[in-house]
Design a protein around this ligand. Sequence first.
Ligand SMILES: Cc1ncc(COP(=O)(O)O)c(C=O)c1O
Length: 379
Amino acid sequence: MTAIPLVDLAAQHAQVAGEVAAGWQEVLARTAFVGGPQVAAFEAEFAAFSGVPHCVGVANGTDAIELALRAAGIGAGDECVLPANTFIATAEAVARAGATPVLVDCDPATYLVDPDAVAAAVTGRTRAIIGVHLYGQLAPVERLAAIAAEAGAVLVEDAAQAQGARRHGAGPGAGAGAGGAGRVAATSFYPGKNLGAYGDGGAVLTADPELAEAVRLLGAHGSPRKYEHTVLGFNSRLDTLQAVVLSAKLRRLAGWNEARRAAAARYGELLAGIDGVVPPVTLAGNEHVWHLYVVRVPERDLVLKHLNANGVGAGVHYPTPVHLTPAFASLGYGEGAFPVAERAAGEILSLPIYAEITPQQQDRVVALLAEALLAEAVA
Ligand SMILES: Cc1ncc(COP(=O)(O)O)c(C=O)c1O
């Protein structure tokens, strides 16, 4: 039986291989490996796709968050509120910008940041609220935007997992796609993302031209012109070869996201008949792009082991909330600080999902999941 990966990058590559090879050939012919015209073209295409006026390509998603914060003037002495249930990069970027991550708990059904917890965490030093669009759906941005406005803070989106996701409805930020709801947004093109490069990549999106310029300056050694350095910057740019890949994939992203939605709907039907599985919940008004399909099961580690042992690349996103990682022990939260996130971390399970997943593959994943749960029930 062939393995079923968590995400099938080979199947995705097969669809763009010709275009990528031709595009790379052009880059090789011109040898403009950094900042070639393909980067500017991709930035314009991704801005249009996201419905946001400005896009600045950077080296990865973590840099994108850090540079967005720095460009917004956030640094030492400032607090940024973000969920404990996120990939560590969200908190890492805040700390790297010199600010203090203030963590909050998540919603028990969607695992997205809990806006009530965000409101309760606001202090006189809060300068940013980071909404993480986890697993492929937007955080409750209208609430977050209102809390940010009242606090005199900016809403920053971590849109790494949500390229193409939308939030319908009324209010600030609603009606926007991922990247268009806050003052500034950061995304990642890590290979496994819905829009993934063939290496690292990231981007900052914003409607504010000055903020976009500030990000561009910071990412280019603080240099508006060659050998002129007006601020202390970084080397964080999107490679030309990656821009070619991303442009080719972007043309197919809407279709791929649609296929992910169909696969998620099919999982929903298949899992409905299985006791013990809590399926994912979509926040009302959200158009999900299913970066990850996260269920909740009892004895998660045993279930995961059974799936992995049978060739299913299920995973956990994430097994340790940010506050319990040794890297952030210094924040001083400790166990019990965020009970919803902590409990979820022990029970969540990501099933394989990608645009090319077949009904047969999904049947097999669900059959193995049912088998594992039954074995537990019997044990
Ligand atoms: C929610 C979230 N934020 C930030 C990042 C950081 O992106 P990168 O790995 O490109 O630095 C990722 C992905 O890795 C992510 O999933």
